[in-house]
Design a protein around this ligand. Structure first.
Ligand SMILES: [Fe+2]
Ligand SMILES: [Fe+2]
Length: 320
């Protein structure tokens, strides 16, 4: 399929888009977009939809270790929410002229744009509920920001529902963690999971502001907060909670600086097979992190194959 050039799909000039936004109006579709707005919106929507989609096979893998059937049911309802969240993003991308079948079912695994953290396997029920407390919290921080500040009306409205569901996911994580840490064995297991998952979620928010490339995300009101502000917002939720349940994390609040400070080398080198941070070989620079992200991690192919398998093997697949 030959994709329609963005210049034909998005007829507005930059000045027209800015004037539309300055008048307090939302962008409702291609008719209000410039090519630059369209490209930026496609980029941020793809990251969001891919993240929601890949969380499904990642959580499914761990949910199989649910201690009881009703716990498995809770995990399934979270997974179902995530698939619905992904669907919202891909539908909007379809409206923005992207070939949805290609995007979801034919795209090579390494071209998916979700955070690297999901490429590292979750191997137990404890790791699943830690992911709810950390990863779903990250999703909540990011999407609440989009919900409050996005200038793209259809996405903004859809996020009212998504926000509520993410709140349920992270509460599921927190409720379980409070329960698990009461038992010494459970507490050790949570601590071991946090040892690799906390720094991986810090990375989730991307490059620090001074190295960040896509400035249109802020200038167009796609997001309100910068990467570093979002990282701070996430730590402001997670660090006090971990202190409350007496789980150690490498960050603390510095009252004088009025911000959270990371107490380990960051960014750092990660052994993805052992799921261990090689802090004595760190810090590294962000180019090394970007190279690791580009390579993708251990579960990338497996998860994307799981998501694409039905499409690849049914006769519903459209004629090439
Ligand atoms: Fe979600
Ligand atoms: Fe979620």
């Amino acid at each position: 399929m030959v994709a329609t050039p963005v210049e034909l799909l998005a007829p507005r000039t930059e000045e027209e888009v800015q004037a539309h936004l300055s008048a307090g109006k939302l962008v409702e579709g291609l008719q209000h977009m410039s090519p630059k707005y369209l490209e930026g919106m496609r980029r941020i929507l793809t990251v969001s939809a891919d993240t929601e989609l890949v969380s499904a096979p990642s959580y499914l893998r761990a949910a199989q270790h649910a201690p009881a059937l009703n716990n498995f049911g809770s995990a399934m309802s979270i997974i179902q929410d995530e698939l619905a969240h992904a669907h919202i993003g891909y539908r909007l991308l379809g409206d923005l002229g992207v070939d949805m079948d290609w995007l979801i079912y034919e795209r090579p695994p390494e071209q998916f744009k979700y955070p690297y953290a999901f490429d590292v396997p979750l191997n137990s029920w404890v790791e699943l509920v830690c992911a709810n407390a950390l990863y779903d919290q990250a999703g909540f921080v990011l999407l609440s920001d989009v919900y409050q500040t996005s200038t793209f009306g259809p996405w903004k409205r859809a996020l009212a529902k998504v926000d509520k569901e993410e709140t349920f996911h992270l509460r599921h994580g927190r409720t379980w963690l409070r329960k698990l840490v009461k038992d010494p064995g459970g507490k050790d297991e949570v601590q071991r999971a946090l040892d690799w998952m906390f720094i991986l979620t810090l990375e989730w928010f991307g490059l620090p502001d001074e190295l960040k490339k896509h400035s249109e995300q802020l200038s167009y009101g796609f997001k309100g907060k910068s990467n570093d502000e979002l990282r701070q917002a996430w730590m402001a939720e997670v660090v006090p909670f971990m202190e409350e349940i007496e789980i150690e994390v490498p960050a603390h609040f510095d009252a004088e600086a009025d911000e959270y400070v990371i107490d380990c080398p960051f960014p750092a080198r990660f052994d993805e097979e052992k799921r261990e941070w090689l802090l004595h070989q760190s810090p590294i620079d962000w180019d090394d992190v970007l190279a690791r992200w580009r390579e993708r991690g251990p579960m990338n192919r497996d998860y994307v194959r799981t998501l694409q398998r039905g499409y690849q093997t049914t006769s519903l697949r459209k004629a090439a």
